[in-house]
Design a protein around this ligand. Structure first.
Ligand SMILES: [Zn+2]
Length: 421
């Protein structure tokens, strides 16, 4: 669990009253005045659009206007500052009535988005958390290994990197008393010494790596070096660490002339590339699995109607959602249930309450899933998933499985959203 997971689930539980919650995402890689101006314009236009949508006198409008003005000033302040490579993306959530003002910055840029809704829009944040699991980059060397911790999806220091320098005494061969009095050819002796020296350093590095990994057990490993150096290092890895290796990459040429800063940057780039490749693979695997399970009648459902019903029942284990999912839906004012077909219903099929239009059903699905402790996998556009209108879900294994397909009003006290604010 990363720091960001905690922030996500906290935000997913936030609901507004009459004053909507503002969500802002920005790509803050501004290198020149033109790019800065584009960001400021995007924000200004967005504010005009949001205020234009709710007329004068609408409840919550004044608070919304003040939140938006505070946001505008914040962005104006940011765009007047130097571009900072560690701050490539900004996410901001605000609602005056709730006292909500959260500014988060990341080493990864976001797609620009400014909206006001009954709940924070979390899809981009959820995708960042999912796509940027922590990585430890390991570059074995005769002296041990350089270790770099990279967590691109974390809050605060997004690119935290720590180089590991072996202790001085491990650098030198120190003949022990056991060797005393034994005669070897000089060359043979040196080779043996060198091997023993490397073996000892490798084992020390493996121990160090294991200690770091114990503190961050979700971290993947990326090994950097020649195939021989990597193979030798991997032989000494315990099985649990070997299973975390997601890529083996050659040593970047820049490392041989660069300073340690260069090494850090190279490690971060190597980790990002390895993660991206793994993420694409993972997305394909997840889509195949969710579609396959639902076709076999297993614990998975496909399509907006079945997924929404499973979310209302808090039965979703993992939500699989296409990034360009753009359907609308409804939300019940009374019992907080959500639904996929705004046109099909006048009143809530569960409680008969009044329905509000959900302009961003996908965001509602993500917020519900995160709030219920489910995992969220946001995937790139995929034809297989798209044929189910872009959404599917793995279900929890629960006794409630018996309720599957039961008529809606059978819920009683377990009504959707009953435990939500
Ligand atoms: Zn209802």
């Amino acid at each position: 669990m990363t720091q960001l997971d905690g922030t996500l689930s906290e935000l997913a539980r936030v609901r507004s009253g009459s004053e909507p919650i503002v969500s802002l995402y920005l790509d803050t890689r501004w290198n020149d005045e033109q790019q800065r101006q584009r960001v400021r314009l995007f924000v200004q236009e967005g504010i005009r659009r949001l205020l234009g949508r709710c007329g004068e006198g609408t409840p919550g409008r004044e608070g919304l206007a003040r939140s938006l003005e505070r946001l505008r000033r914040h962005v104006a302040g940011l765009t007047s500052q130097q571009y900072d490579a560690a701050r490539r993306g900004l996410a901001l959530f605000a609602c005056e009535a709730l006292g909500l003002w959260r500014v988060l910055s990341f080493a990864q840029p976001f797609r620009p988005e400014l909206c006001a809704d009954g709940f924070p829009h979390l899809t981009q944040l959820a995708r960042l958390a999912d796509d940027h699991e922590p990585v430890i980059v390991v570059a074995p060397s005769p002296q041990g290994a350089d270790l770099f911790q990279v967590s691109l999806g974390d809050l605060g220091a997004e690119t935290r990197i720590r180089g590991f320098v072996p202790r001085r005494d491990a650098d030198e061969y120190n003949p022990g008393p056991a060797q005393h009095g034994r005669e070897y050819e000089r060359v043979e002796k040196d080779e043996r010494h060198q091997e023993a020296f490397e073996l000892r350093n490798r084992r020390a590095a493996v121990q160090q790596l294991a200690a770091i990994h114990d503190r961050s057990p979700d971290a993947h490993l990326v090994l950097v070096g020649t195939s021989e150096a990597i193979a030798a290092f991997e032989r000494d890895l315990p099985e649990r660490l070997r299973a975390r290796v997601i890529a083996r990459i050659p040593r970047p040429r820049a490392w041989d002339r660069g300073d340690s800063g260069m090494h850090s940057a190279g490690a971060a780039d190597g980790a990002a590339a390895a993660l991206a490749a793994r993420e694409r693979e993972e997305e394909r695997r997840v889509i195949d699995a969710v579609v396959g399970q639902s076709l076999r009648g297993g614990l998975a459902v496909m399509g907006p109607n079945d997924v929404v019903e499973a979310l209302n029942q808090k039965r979703v284990h993992e939500l699989v959602l296409e990034e360009d999912f753009a359907l609308t839906g409804w939300r019940c004012d009374q019992c907080d249930a959500i639904g996929a077909n705004a046109e099909a219903a006048d009143t809530c099929p569960y409680c008969g309450g009044d329905l509000k239009v959900l302009r961003h059903l996908g965001e509602a699905l993500v917020a519900r899933a995160v709030a219920a402790g489910a995992a969220v996998e946001i995937v790139a556009h995929d034809n297989k998933l798209h044929s189910y209108r872009g959404v599917g879900a793995f279900l929890r294994q629960t006794a409630q499985g018996a309720l599957r397909g039961a008529s809606a009003p059978a819920w009683g006290p377990g009504a959707p959203g009953a435990s939500q604010p």
